[in-house]
Design a protein around this ligand. Structure first.
Ligand code: SF4
Length: 362
């Protein structure tokens, strides 16, 4: 298959159930995030999960560092509707306990769970409970013999480590497996997933681990996740930022929407401005983008800076404005529907947006 044929052709995968959400198969790419609260604080954790779900999270992961946190999952599950993933390191008994308390999925790192027998015990408990298990291999958990062979945790070494674990679990009839292969290097992550895609039909959880804070973190995550989605890889996504759950979820939505994999709400296009711009366009575009954030109806909104090239783009959009010195011309579905003075541009365009929403609803 050549590069063009591969574009956006989703990899075939075995669907895996995670509570009410199906990961892989024909299901939409789901969005995950992880809480920042102490899981033992059920009230705070539940509040953060609900905030994430309102922002659009399909699945939420919580850290389970001890027995109390594993037991808290039962109370959390009673109060939230989304599937809960328990994130476990070191002690496989916590994973078993989390599953017994209703976790819909556990995430374990085969490199730090105390050996294959412990991993198998977790996988068998997940199978018994109808839950999923994510095998998270990362560059820090590649076994020593593979590091010695490859010289460093290369994508090939990560894939071989993952295959070794997967073969072992499949030999023991484990089911409900989701895989992640992470490195903080974008090229290594993309290469590892692309290599692994040839080896298995289990769905992939994708993301760039420890991407960091702010814009650099968003860019790194976007580069990795978008590259993978473009070649059809990725069944569930987590943007991993040093920030809030809501920020992670919104960034994931923006990536999925930009790549054309899913649609969550309005797409605001605005021109970069140039020497022809006759208004201070940035506050207008920013205000519109802020006001439409969270509206669940997909539509294209154009905010353009001049009456020369602006009308072309504004006509192509569902609704738009081409701004001039003293105001703007309003467009709806390619037609001029009015003009407005400078101070009223945001409110006039918002009125058009709300009219468009009403039209879609009827
Ligand atoms: S739409 Fe007009 S103002 Fe905006 S970049 Fe194009 S030419 Fe410049």
């Amino acid at each position: 298959m050549n590069a063009v044929d591969m574009l956006f052709k989703r990899r075939e995968t075995t669907p895996v159930r995670c509570g009410e959400v199906i990961i892989g198969g024909e299901s939409p790419v789901s969005i995950q995030t992880m809480t920042t609260t102490d899981t033992r604080d059920v009230q705070k954790t539940t509040a953060e999960i609900q905030e994430a779900v309102e922002a659009g999270a399909d699945i939420v992961r919580v850290a389970v560092p001890d027995k109390e946190a594993a037991e808290a999952i039962a109370s959390i599950k009673r109060q939230v509707k989304c599937p809960i993933v328990a994130d476990i390191h070191y002690d496989y008994r916590l994973a078993i306990m989390a599953l017994e308390n209703g976790a819909d999925k556990v995430r374990v790192n085969p490199g730090n769970i105390g050996g294959p027998e412990n991993l198998l015990a977790v996988a068998m408990k997940a199978k018994e409970r109808g839950a999923a298990i994510r095998i998270g291999v990362n560059s820090g958990s590649v076994p020593k013999d593979l590091i010695a062979r490859y010289g460093s945790p290369t994508p090939e070494a990560i894939v071989e480590a993952a295959k070794r674990t997967l073969d072992f679990l499949e030999d023991h009839q484990a089911t409900g497996i989701v895989l992640s292969l992470k490195s903080s290097s974008v090229p290594d992550t993309v290469r590892a997933y692309a290599l692994m895609a040839k080896e298995t039909k289990w769905p992939f959880h994708i993301g760039i681990t420890e991407a960091g804070p702010g814009i650099p973190g968003i860019i790194k995550s976007t580069a990795g996740i978008a590259s993978l989605l473009t070649i059809g890889i990725g069944d569930t996504v987590r943007v991993s930022l040093t920030g809030s759950c809501v920020e992670e979820v919104r960034t994931a939505q923006d990536i999925l929407q930009a790549v054309g994999v899913s649609s969550f709400g309005p797409n605001v296009i605005s021109c970069p401005t140039c020497g022809r711009t006759q208004v201070d366009l940035m506050p207008v575009a920013q205000e519109i983008a802020r006001k439409v954030r969270g509206l669940k109806i997909p539509m294209t909104i154009a905010v353009m800076g001049c009456p020369v090239n602006g009308p072309g783009e504004a006509r192509e959009a569902d609704v738009g404005i081409a701004c001039g010195r003293d105001g703007g011309i309003l467009f709806s579905h390619g037609k001029v529907v009015g003009s407005v003075r400078s101070g009223d541009m945001v409110s006039a365009l918002m009125n058009l947006i709300h009219e468009e929403i009403q039209r879609r609803k009827t």
